[in-house]
Design a binder for this molecule. Sequence first.
Ligand code: BGC
Length: 766
Amino acid sequence: MKYNILNALLICVIFFTSCKNSNESNQSVNDIKTSKSLSIEDKVEALLSKMTLEEKIGQMNQYNGFWDVTGPAPSDGEAEIKYEHLRKGYVGSMINVKGVKDVRAVQKIAVEESRLGIPLIIGFDVIHGFKTTSPIPLAEAASWDLEAIKSSAEVAAKEAAASGINWTFAPMVDISRDARWGRVMEGAGEDPFLGSKIGVARVQGFQGEDLSSPLTIAACAKHFAGYGFAESGKDYNTVDVGTSTLNNIILPPFKAASDAGVRTFMNSFNELNGIPATGNKMLQRDILKEKWNFDGFVVSDWGSIAEMIAHGYAKDGKEAAKYAANAGSDMDMESYLYVEHLAALVKEGEVDEALIDDAVRRILKVKFELGLFDDPYKYCNEDREKEIIGSEAINNTVLDVAKKSIVLLKNQNQLLPLKKEGQKIAVIGALADDKTSPLGNWRLAAEEGSAISLLEGLKNYTGNIITYAKGADVIIENTSFAKEVKINEDDTSGFAEALALAKSSDVVIMVLGEHGMQSGEGRSRANLSLPGVQQQLLEAVYKVNKNIVLVLHNGRPLAIDWADQNIPSILEVWQLGSQSGNAIAQVLFGDYNPSGKLPMTFPKNVNQVPIYYNYKSTGRPNMPAPDEVFWSHYSDQTNQPLYPFGFGLSYTTFKYDNLKVENTFSENKTVKVSVEITNTGNYKGKEVTQLYIRDLFASVTRPIRELKGFEMIELEPNQTKTVTFTLTENELGFYDNLGEFIVEKGDFKVFVGGDSSAKLSSEFKI
Ligand code: BGC
């Protein structure tokens, strides 16, 4: 992670000798900072003109939180050097400092002790909530509810901002088709259309209407680009993708975030087609800053500038700094290489100072927009911190999105919803009693053990007799954020108690799956089945009581083919955050009718991965005749997934009918598609109606289906509603292999229904 830190820092201290301390200059700098008449651009220019080269480079340097900032100044080591750099104005941003007291303390050094007093931008991984955690992003994506997702980001921003933070490293808009990749939990799944809409909703939620409000924070679209396509799902692995996938699948959510005004981007650890993303000029300068006109700044990923050496791209730290700066990485997160080498590189003519100026302008601009120059302590208010963090209103928002994120995968004989009284219910599985795992992976600011467990959530339903047995642990150790969790691979000593309970109960709720720390960064899995002895436990319980509701906690699609074939009801609950148990209990007892839909395909078996709905046809898509072999398939595994993208049931049922296409493309470039949906069951319910197109013949082949519209409707039993989608050139075009967006004349098919295998279809021509 850290590259030769102490050496680097010591060299820096010697190197930076030119710091002046001038009161007159401070005076005019203060006028610039707070001027009411100058535009932000003018203020940035005026400030830039006052900065030494070293101070400019300082703005491009970000340090991790370190010593006890509210204690005495450190007197040795890394912290002392960082402290010194803060005082000299050689630090533009801090990460992982949180809480008003600590943020105020570091900000005070930057503002009151450095020559120009430029405030720090304080970054933090507010990925799914802050102290109150929201569902993991993959779970929220399953809600397909953009308003709920936006509100969740909004309250996360509010809590973080109340803690002194003004910049989050979210949303992650990496598309991924590989459930083995640990970070699928942090994104919106496999589809670029859904991923773009969700990315934008999250950016809007974090940033709000007014970035300078003390309740909003700057967002960051990450990881630019290709990180989700790591070969074999192994984190940080090589990414080698063709132009069509890059332009049509990977880049669109980033473009959408940029168009929505996201203030920052983060580049990524991976190489893309041979060039590390961090040193990739095509991505950062040509596409992002020039083609898309992005006017915010790009931060590197943690140490990713230095990692270009290990990639075999830069021969040393100095060359890495040169490549990154020239390619458009504006801020160095924790590589220490900009602060060490950039000044020399500029003096030697290896990096043009104009590029440094460009980076600094971008960084200062965002700081001005955040209002940090008007009041560097604007995010530091103890009363607000006490009032907002953990408030009831925030918990209510998080509970709302948690309920909406749950996906009903199977419900044979309407076992769910459970009756509210008169039953003996056995709850089995360690995750039912876990108050930490539901907080998910990115829970840096949450208190361990602060989630509502399912057992706690069930206490609100008193009409049944509910008993509990753990059965088996999922993990036996989870020592820290950076250490592997240890899975329980052999301890079945709790089985007997669980089986006895199951035998004497009417219904069994089995709470199984992954621990919250089994997905996330560095947590890829080669196996997608239930970890440890849980499958064994499930099968043993099934032998004594078949009336099972399987409640699945996981941060990625799991391969649960056996459960699908045998267990009557399966509820996908992911990791739902602080309000997890309350949300699940409400769904189990029918106080919320599940409405979630899968944002990623569930495979039958890990060997099918990568498996996704929007694949290409190939020249041999279909079996020509029974048992023929010369077509695109496996001889020992079906091509069908277990559950397709977009799939999710409800306690009621919906019928789709009367699909109509009104094609006015030649007149006004639109095609309207309408469909009638009727609630044919007994419960009021919500349905995410999805529209897919297929562009049948194109100059660059198109996928067999592409999501191009979705709308959530709510229907009473027997009620019918008509949903109308409007397709424009935006939905009907695609990117060619030169990266240009084109719309081609030709034939299309359109499919509408409740998931990506929708049968109802029609055709049109443009
Ligand atoms: C992750 C980023 C994260 C950063 C800061 C890196 O390891 O890849 O997504 O924002 O750390 O914590």
